[in-house]
Design a binder for this molecule. Sequence first.
Ligand SMILES: *Cc1c(COP(=O)(O)O)cnc(C)c1O
Length: 409
Amino acid sequence: MSARPHPAQATRHELPPTAGLPLRAGDLFSHGGGLAAGVAAQLGTPPLQLECSGTAALVVSLLALRELAPQRRTVVVPAYTCPLVALAVRRAGLELHLCDLLPDHYDMDPQALAAACDEHTLAIVPTHLGGRVADVDGALEIAREVGAWVIEDAAQALGARHAGESVGLRGDLGFFSLAAGKGLSIYEGGLLTARDETMREALRQSSARHVPASLAWEWRRSLELLGYALLYRPRGLRLAYGAPLRRALRRGDPVAAVGDEFALDIPLHRVGRWRQAIGAHAARRWPDFLAQTQAQAQQRLPRLRAIDGLRVLEDRPGDQGSWPFFMLLMPDQARRDAALAQLWQAGLGVSRLFIHALPDYAYLGDCVPQQDVPRARDFAARSLTISNSPWLDDATFEHICERLQAALR
Ligand SMILES: *Cc1c(COP(=O)(O)O)cnc(C)c1O
């Protein structure tokens, strides 16, 4: 394979791995709140509760459920998901159980899920990975049998819909992430809701009891958000994202490269008014941005489907996912790695999602059980992602497709 450099490399641009909404100067000088209310109105959800991260939203949820059913101790999650989910379960003082996946899929295997659940199960967490819509009904069925709740992890799926309705509402609770790189962002934030008003009241109480104000955290997040606003563009990302990525890969640390390494302690604090105002102002552009990225995905999917040996994870009929990036599976790890050798460090928005199945992160040793989860491991070994950022132009997309084709030959 000739390593013909792509024009983007000459211009020192760096594309982000996901389609995030860029901030504008006007966002930083806006007043007024209404972030949660604005997004709820756009999505057509019941009132949303703002927390300081998606992880914090999950912690608040779990603490609320714990109080409703103190005898239940375990939380069942897909074995391939964000390490923060494991840390949230730990922070809530609960025990993690992993569920292996369906073959070639991010969804939990219903049989494995049924086997993982019993009268000790507090919650099941189906996960809308990469903007795709997860099987919530399967989880609900099993949850009802054992008396557990379903929490939809829609951290990566703001704007995704099932049967016309926003994800997060079919289960008992649902949350979205407003972290950097996850679409609409206030650097760190989370939105939480529940179908029933009684549950929403329980969530408000849980938050009031467990989440303090913290000036120190809010200062830190405000500075980080300012940095994000300045650097989240093709030039700035070289410094903020590309350089650390390449450094981490050079020292053979892919976990650090994709940002899978998190502090064990989950901060819980209130979100300040300035960040809320920024989010609310930027959120006005979110529906158009979402529509633009969804249209771009639909336009590019046929090209990906036409690549022999490549599996693209798509929507099931009736689902309309959000498309922060394309999730792809190669036939085996060798070819996935061959493609990444060409593309991962090229600054073109090709990356990996989570590096490992949860049991394989050494730093999570004390909160993740050592279960055998071969399909989750297989998913980790064979998957890669292509950014669906609008900055990734047609020529660059074609260049990536050709590289993938070459790796598959
Ligand atoms: C990012 C993420 C979370 C946590 O959200 P934060 O806002 O980053 O705390 C939870 N679950 C999944 C699947 C995620 O990707």
